[in-house]
Ligand binder design. Structure first.
Ligand SMILES: CC(C)(COP(=O)(O)OP(=O)(O)OC[C@H]1O[C@@H](n2cnc3c(N)ncnc32)[C@H](O)[C@@H]1OP(=O)(O)O)[C@@H](O)C(=O)NCCC(=O)NCCS
Length: 325
């Protein structure tokens, strides 16, 4: 039987996966906003992410770890992979809505797993919608299992922290900067073997995305926070976003955690930003409780999925902020 008029569907060309290039950035950004905005049923799907940028910043941070899916020469999906030493995570992973449920995300998972295997990633992870059977089912196929929820919290920037003592990496010489980045690595090593945030710190430095806040105690690095500030970064308009922060394990960790948050708040004030945002996995109970005590409120919840199904640094006693978005 002939199809009804107007009901012809053209066969779609096979999907190819390749590395993202600079020319892809505009369309990758558009498809990412459209995919999330459509999934979340926003009245204007393109409003998703507002003035935040994940696409250009992540591509610039590591162009070898960003991939696109193409149908013919049309970009229909993309994914970014991040190496933090022994820890790796991926996202945003997005597919253009008219290509959903046709196996495109599964094809994009292949380069993700290749990166993890090339990097010898020991703890792989992602942040996703905790209530979506599709998302959980998709990632479980690849050995990522849902563990604790991760909350994204925020609070308005408060006054009173102006006289706090802290340092900014951007105010140090290049030589000092190198030593400090290596101190940051030594600090995170004490939390989890091989955890290394050098890539994130350098991305902020090189791309001018914000600042790395440093808390020293008697010349020893006690805590640091990698912050994105304002539009064109992962923070977005009027926000200072703590993309990653960690405190050296010790009995005094709660004290330095408090100081670090207040230092980030002070930085936000200096940058004339109105809000402070940070993510924490609920398994890091003390850090979560302390954020609540400091006036943070939850904006969004997701679930951390991990491969293998092990805690990594997501366990009590760890004063670390991140969210793997
Ligand atoms: C999530 C997203 C990337 C998936 O892309 P996709 O190309 O539609 O996914 P695929 O067709 O490759 O894979 C879908 C898989 O999900 C799983 N799945 C779907 N529905 C499921 C359900 N109800 N229960 C369990 N698993 C399910 C299956 O494994 C399925 O593969 P299969 O049909 O071959 O078994 C896409 O929907 C998207 O862009 N959404 C908006 C943005 C987003 O949420 N990104 C992910 C953020 S973590």
């Amino acid at each position: 039987m002939a199809p009804a008029p107007g009901n012809f569907s053209q066969p779609k060309p096979a999907i190819r996966i390749r590395k993202m290039t600079e020319n892809d950035l505009g369309e990758a950004d558009r498809v990412t906003r459209l995919a999330f905005g459509t999934f979340l049923k926003l009245p204007d799907p393109m409003a998703f992410m507002g003035a935040s940028d994940y696409i250009r910043t992540r591509w610039k941070a590591d162009p070898d770890a960003a991939f696109v899916a193409l149908s013919g020469d049309e970009l229909v999906g993309s994914v970014f992979v991040t190496s933090w030493g022994s820890v790796g995570f991926f996202g945003p992973l997005t597919v253009r809505p008219d290509f959903w449920d046709q196996g495109v995300a599964r094809l994009l998972m292949e380069p993700v797993l290749e990166c993890f295997s090339r990097w010898k990633t020991r703890h792989g992870g992602l942040f996703t919608f905790a209530t979506s059977p599709k998302h959980l089912g998709l990632y479980q196929r690849y050995g990522f299992w849902p563990r604790f929820l991760t909350a994204i919290l925020s609070r308005p920037v408060s006054t009173g922290d102006e006289n706090l003592s802290y340092d900014l990496l951007s105010e140090r010489t290049a030589g000092e900067g190198k030593k400090i980045i290596s101190s940051c690595r030594q600090l995170t090593e004490k939390i989890l073997e091989g955890l290394d945030l050098s890539r994130e710190i350098k991305a902020v430095q090189v791309q001018g995305l914000g600042e790395t806040v440093l808390i020293f105690e008697k010349n020893e690095l006690a805590a640091f926070a990698v912050c994105h500030c304002g539009p064109g970064t992962e923070a977005g308009k009027d926000v200072c976003y703590i993309k990653f922060a960690a405190v050296a394990p010790s009995a005094d960790a709660p004290k330095y955690f408090d100081r670090m948050i207040r230092a980030c708040s002070s930085l936000a004030k200096r940058k004339k930003l109105g809000g402070l945002t940070a993510g924490v996995n609920f398994s890091r109970q003390e850090a979560y409780h302390q954020l609540l005590e400091m006036g943070f409120r939850i904006d969004t919840l997701g679930v951390a999925m991990q491969r293998p199904n092990e805690a990594g640094y997501n366990h009590p006693g760890v004063f670390l902020l991140d969210d793997w978005r």
